[in-house]
Design a protein. Structure first.
Ligand SMILES: *[C@@H]1O[C@H](CO)[C@@H](O)[C@H](O)[C@H]1NC(C)=O
Ligand SMILES: *[C@@H]1O[C@H](CO)[C@@H](O)[C@H](O)[C@H]1NC(C)=O
Ligand SMILES: *[C@@H]1O[C@H](CO)[C@@H](O)[C@H](O)[C@H]1NC(C)=O
Ligand SMILES: *[C@@H]1O[C@H](CO)[C@@H](O)[C@H](O)[C@H]1NC(C)=O
Ligand SMILES: *[C@@H]1O[C@H](CO)[C@@H](O)[C@H](O)[C@H]1NC(C)=O
Ligand SMILES: *[C@@H]1O[C@H](CO)[C@@H](O)[C@H](O)[C@H]1NC(C)=O
Ligand SMILES: *[C@@H]1O[C@H](CO)[C@@H](O)[C@H](O)[C@H]1NC(C)=O
Ligand SMILES: *[C@@H]1O[C@H](CO)[C@@H](O)[C@H](O)[C@H]1NC(C)=O
Length: 596
């Protein structure tokens, strides 16, 4: 079955409104000059486009490599985030290099290839930041570490809090249930743009999870994981509004914003390079037809690279901005020596861990019963209610290994501080990957959220359209292997709470009694939660490393900024969607200050 409906192309009016265009000829016919060109209509890019176009004197163009998000049901229906397979029309279809820490396996590294970028993408469609629509900011310490390492206090938690609330419009859940005791209104924004809510359909394990938090030591209930102090187990928060995914395309590019006469989006425009003209890097080179001639457009003020942690370094390197000696070897003319471009890639390693359960009321039941699945869809389609209004993550735990763990003596503690988690447990009422033909399951999925491992995004050819080499270096450091091992033990221990008596039967596939056996299971099965960051990192203005200054301008160049998760110097202990929005909001103010 094809879920792709014909995309809607908004009417173009040269007089009174901006538009989403599909063909550069339509753009050229308008004969416009753009002040800002945003490369990538993803999570952060659409924030910048929205905020800069608040000034009617500034004309903004977004170039998006993928197509329209309109009418793509896998993107709209929240719970379909589990159903899409990789290599769809909305996916960049990347895979990693062979991962030493994963027994040499190459794994999928999906990214959104659609307006909204990874904010529009569901599970296998990518997910730079909006994978499962999970909205978690991280700890105060995560952001305070950014401020310390960049020597810019503007990146501290306290100074970013106004941008967090500016991004967020807290919204009622789809079933309008009473949410008292499930979140703390004091830490949220109610007048922003991206909808954030609690799950809108109860699951039969909700009460068991909450009971387990008081039955066991070490899993305290946390009223609100977005308070800056995430440690504990709490209710998941997700970017869903009225039963539909809220992505940067549906929120920051909603019709009231696209109605502005100074905001344009060109789809199917894959940027290949940024080029210097008159001493500034304000020209973008792109293709619409992969076999066609390169096209160029020049901004009068700035080019904003928001192509994500893979796309941004890929474009910079092809533009000759990177390690000059490596670029020369590849036959790329060096333009500006910035050896940190593409280095320091960080990602979160995950292990899909499931438990066979004594129940028939899990996701699997609808997966195995087409009639039930059709009923659930019909309910969603007529009333935007029912089981499809949610992502599968009803609850999340954010936990630490002991501060005195011996591995830290040798390698240090990679977390941002004592109130920052080392690992996450994602709890779901079923198996998150496609389940086997029989059985019902519980997921308690461990994720290493403060990893020490760093990898890279590099090129192996000067072919502008080739995929880059993506090496997240999963489990490349001893400390990450240790944390994942302890996280697996913690996940298993969580299922021993009395609340799970007569319910949890056995762990799927995990038959390990020794640390070495756990490690072997992890290396054979771990994957990614698709949170790449760090490949065009911020650093202090005078630093000998890094790619951008704390105001996100590319070091040593004029006219070019980076606004996406590639600027993150240390990965936050969080799903990275919220950070992408926060960066987009602060960056918009930094850019406005330069041009007011
Ligand atoms: C395009 O706009 C410029 C001014 O911005 C004007 O000089 C030129 O005549 C216009 N071209 C067409 C074909 O309208
Ligand atoms: C990913 O694969 C799908 C299916 O083959 C294809 O439609 C899509 O265009 C591919 N994405 C890119 C960026 O090439
Ligand atoms: C640049 O890359 C070369 C390998 O091509 C490497 O030897 C060198 O250390 C790199 N330079 C920096 C400053 O990282
Ligand atoms: C990687 O990041 C660290 C800070 O976390 C920095 O000290 C180091 O210089 C960076 N390496 C490169 C190649 O940019
Ligand atoms: C499948 O679901 C339908 C609709 O809920 C239900 O009537 C039917 O009994 C289910 N079939 C099985 C085999 O459970
Ligand atoms: C959803 O409902 C609309 C009518 O509101 C209908 O046209 C459409 O076919 C339904 N979609 C599916 C996939 O059943
Ligand atoms: C399954 O649950 C029922 C109660 O719902 C209980 O009677 C039965 O013992 C459980 N089975 C197992 C194997 O735990
Ligand atoms: C679990 O491992 C033990 C010892 O390695 C082995 O004897 C047993 O058969 C295994 N059980 C399963 C279900 O694989």
């Amino acid at each position: 079955m094809s879920w792709i409906l014909p995309s809607v192309i908004l009417a173009v009016s040269t007089l009174c409104s901006g538009a989403i265009l599909e063909n550069v000829a339509d753009l050229n016919a308008l004969n416009l000059t753009f002040d800002f060109i945003v490369v990538g209509g993803g999570t952060a890019g659409n924030v910048v486009a929205n905020r800069l176009s608040e000034n009617p004197n500034h004309k903004i163009l977004v170039l998006e490599a993928g197509g329209s998000n309109t009418g793509v049901l896998d993107i709209i229906v929240p719970s379909f985030c589990r159903e899409a397979t990789p290599n769809t029309a909305q996916d960049w279809n990347y895979t990693t290099t062979p991962q030493v820490g994963l027994n040499g396996r190459s794994i999928a590294h999906n990214r959104g290839f659609v307006l909204g970028g990874s904010s529009s993408v569901s599970k296998s469609f990518i997910v730079e930041h909006q994978y499962y629509m999970v909205y978690t900011r991280g700890s105060k310490e995560d952001f305070n570490r950014w401020a310390a390492v960049t020597e810019d206090d503007g990146w501290s938690w306290d100074n970013l809090l106004p941008y967090m609330t500016k991004n967020e419009i807290w919204s009622p859940p789809a079933d309008n249930h009473n949410t008292a005791g499930k979140f703390d209104p004091a830490v949220h924004g109610f007048e922003g743009i991206t909808a954030v809510s609690l799950s809108g359909f109860p699951t039969p394990i909700d009460s068991r999870i909450i009971a387990a938090t008081s039955e066991l030591e070490g899993y305290p209930f946390n009223l609100d994981m977005n308070s800056g102090n995430p440690i504990g187990v709490g209710w998941g928060q997700l970017t869903v509004k009225d039963g539909e995914r809220s992505s940067s395309a549906t929120s920051y590019l909603a019709s009231q914003f696209l109605g502005r006469p100074n905001l344009y989006v060109l789809l199917n425009a894959r940027v290949t390079r940024v080029l210097e003209t008159s001493g500034a890097v304000r020209t973008v080179e792109f293709v619409q037809d992969l076999n066609g001639e390169p096209l160029t457009l020049t901004a009068t003020k700035e080019v904003i690279l928001s192509a994500g942690s893979i796309g941004t370094p890929n474009i910079l390197l092809h533009s000759g901005i990177g390690n000059s000696s490596t670029l020369t070897t590849l036959g790329i003319q060096p333009v500006h020596n910035l050896p940190s471009v593409g280095q320091n890639l960080s990602d979160h390693t995950l292990l899909f861990l499931s438990f066979l359960v004594n129940s028939t009321n899990t996701f699997e039941t609808a997966v195995h019963n087409a009639t039930l699945a059709a009923e659930e869809f019909a309910q969603w389609n007529t009333s935007r209610t029912g089981p499809l209004v949610d992502n599968p993550l009803s609850h999340i735990g954010w936990l630490r290994v002991p501060n005195n763990s011996p591995v830290f003596e040798q390698f240090g503690d990679p977390s941002a501080g004592p109130n920052t988690p080392h690992f996450e447990l994602i709890i779901a009422n079923g198996m998150i990957p496609p389940p086997p033909p029989e059985g019902n399951f519980l997921s308690v999925v461990p994720v290493v959220v403060s990893p020490a491992s760093r990898g890279s995004v590099t090129l192996n050819t000067n072919d502008l359209l080739a995929d880059p080499l993506i090496n997240p270096n999963h489990l490349g450091s001893e400390v990450d292997v240790f944390i994942m091992r302890e996280a697996v033990k913690s996940a298993v221990r969580f299922t021993t709470a009395p609340a799970w008596d007569d319910y949890v039967l056995s762990a799927v596939g995990l038959n390990a009694t020794t640390d070495a056996e756990i490690d072997a299971f992890v290396r054979a099965n771990a994957a990614t939660i698709y949170h790449p960051v760090g490949t065009a990192s911020m650093s202090p203005r005078s630093a000998a490393w890094g790619v951008v200054d704390p105001d996100l301008r590319v070091k040593g160049l004029t006219g070019l900024r980076v606004v996406d998760l590639s600027v993150v110097p240390f990965i936050p202990a969080a799903h990275t969607q919220a950070a992408a929005y926060i960066i987009g909001e602060r960056a918009s103010d930094l850019i406005k200050e330069s041009w007011n």
